[in-house]
Design a protein around this ligand. Structure first.
Ligand SMILES: Cc1cc2nc3c(=O)[nH]c(=O)nc-3n(C[C@H](O)[C@H](O)[C@H](O)COP(=O)(O)OP(=O)(O)OC[C@H]3O[C@@H](n4cnc5c(N)ncnc54)[C@H](O)[C@@H]3O)c2cc1C
Length: 409
């Protein structure tokens, strides 16, 4: 509890930001490249400043290094922080997904150690869920962890792990029991990534980004302290993680700090300045197209808040996070399509208009429809777990995992 009102907090944040963080429009701000280790070092430094200044982890409990304040305080800080360079890269997945999952499902020691370290800027956490055999059927993971001499020995492979190259720990879902149905034989581990037996490679995408990694685990030896939740209860942890992921993909998490995905300059396109740059402010069709995209964005913001509060108050189930996730992908698509249409041929050539970035972004158009679980899976979740439609058929339901047919027609 705090005696400081939201407005008092806001003005204290405003003064602190002006004194402590670089303004985006000043020469001191760095354009953070998420692919570069130097940017991650910078993000950690900025996070440390937030922590030392008393503005880190606004909604995380005080005992784990946060401020223990409500969503309204976070929103006030976010609004004030819009004009400043903040460590946005640490929001997702480190804070909003991984730390949030540890907060809900981890042991007291894990919460005290890892959430606090992340808030101080000392630790970055990522998600190790998807595997080369597929990501949508998450409960079908093949990475195994075996019990040997009181330890866990992990073997297998993960892929599409965003920013694992820059991280310290990964939440890794592994199979610990092959003789039970797929959801029942899983355990979630918090695996140190700079650990003997862990190999991390970077994957280059069509747009040139190398944010993705693949990891190979060869006899990676961890103790019981690495288990998040209980052995065999990994699906409960993964489900909570997916809940946090879907909310954070749609900017609906209380654990982020600063502008969300929606406002972050390096993620969403600034359509108004694009119209200015291309001298099309007078064009009726362009104004209509851009207006439509901006309305989508505004509606998404309202929807996000509505779902956040509805889940918090229990009028919607946690699975409703998928509504935000689905809407976010739609907004992203409308924006990217609009930007490409407005930029025209300049989006695909290097010319004085400098709009090649729009074309490069377009190459990543599908990102929002796949990351954080695909749009199809989000629709399934909404259908089955929000609207209570019948569940889709699954041939492996209730079948011990070692009797499930894999990779056969
Ligand atoms: C930007 C981005 C960031 C990511 N970050 C991470 C990360 O940090 N960590 C991580 O572990 N993974 C990450 N991923 C991977 C992501 O979670 C997977 O790509 C996703 O879950 C889909 O898995 P897949 O690519 O193996 O596709 P598949 O599961 O093979 O699916 C292929 C297609 O089949 C459809 N499909 C599959 N099952 C069904 C079904 N039951 N009903 C209807 N349609 C279905 C899917 O919608 C998809 O269109 C990221 C992906 C992206 C794009």
């Amino acid at each position: 509890m705090t005696s400081e009102s939201v407005e008092e907090f806001r003005s204290r944040a405003r003064a602190w930001l002006a004194d402590s963080l670089p303004r985006l429009d000043s020469g001191d701000a760095m354009v953070l490249q998420r692919d570069e280790l130097s940017s991650w070092r910078r993000a950690r430094e900025l996070q440390k400043k937030l922590y030392d200044g008393g503005f880190a982890g606004i909604c995380f409990p005080r005992e784990y290094g946060g401020l223990g304040l409500s969503y309204e305080y976070k929103k006030a800080f976010d609004a004030e922080a819009l004009a400043y360079e903040t460590p946005l890269m640490l929001n997702v997945p480190s804070f909003a997904i991984c730390c949030a999952t540890i907060l809900d499902m981890g042991s007291e020691e894990q919460k005290r150690a890892h959430i606090a370290a992340a808030l101080r800027g000392d630790e970055v956490l990522v998600q190790l869920l998807s595997e080369p055999s597929g990501g949508s059927d998450l409960a079908g993971v093949l990475t195994r962890a075996e019990r040997r001499d009181g330890r866990w020995i992990i073997n297998g492979a993960k892929t599409w792990s965003t920013w694992a190259f820059a991280a310290d720990y990964g939440l890794c879902l592994a199979r610990t029991d092959w003789g039970v149905p797929k959801h029942e034989g899983l355990t979630m581990f918090l695996v140190p990534l700079r650990h003997p037996g862990v190999t991390i490679n970077r994957i280059k995408q069509v747009n040139g980004s190398v944010e993705f990694c693949e990891e190979f685990f060869d006899d990676v030896d961890v103790g019981d302290d690495a288990v998040v939740g209980e052995p065999g209860k990994g699906w409960e942890v993964a489900s909570r993680q997916l809940y946090h992921e879907r909310r954070s993909m749609g900017d609906g998490s209380e654990y982020t700090s600063g502008p969300g995905i929606a406002e972050a300059e390096d993620i969403s396109v600034d359509l108004l300045s694009l119209v200015e740059k291309t001298n099309q402010a007078g064009s009726e069709p362009v104004r209509e197209m851009v207006g439509r995209a901006l309305v989508h964005r505004a509606v998404h913001g309202q929807l996000s808040e509505h779902v956040f509060h509805a889940v918090t108050h229990g009028s919607l189930p946690p699975a409703a996070g998928s509504i935000i996730r689905l809407s976010m992908a739609e907004v992203h698509d409308v924006e990217n399509d609009t930007a490409l249409a407005v930029a025209g041929p300049s989006a695909v050539i290097e010319d004085e208009a400098g709009l090649l970035d729009i074309g490069t972004r377009y190459l990543g158009r599908q990102i929002a429809s796949i990351g954080g679980g695909t749009t199809e899976m989000a629709r399934n979740v909404i259908g089955e777990r929000v609207l209570n439609f019948p569940r889709e058929y699954a041939a492996d339901r209730g079948v011990p995992f070692n009797q499930v047919r894999h990779g056969k027609a």
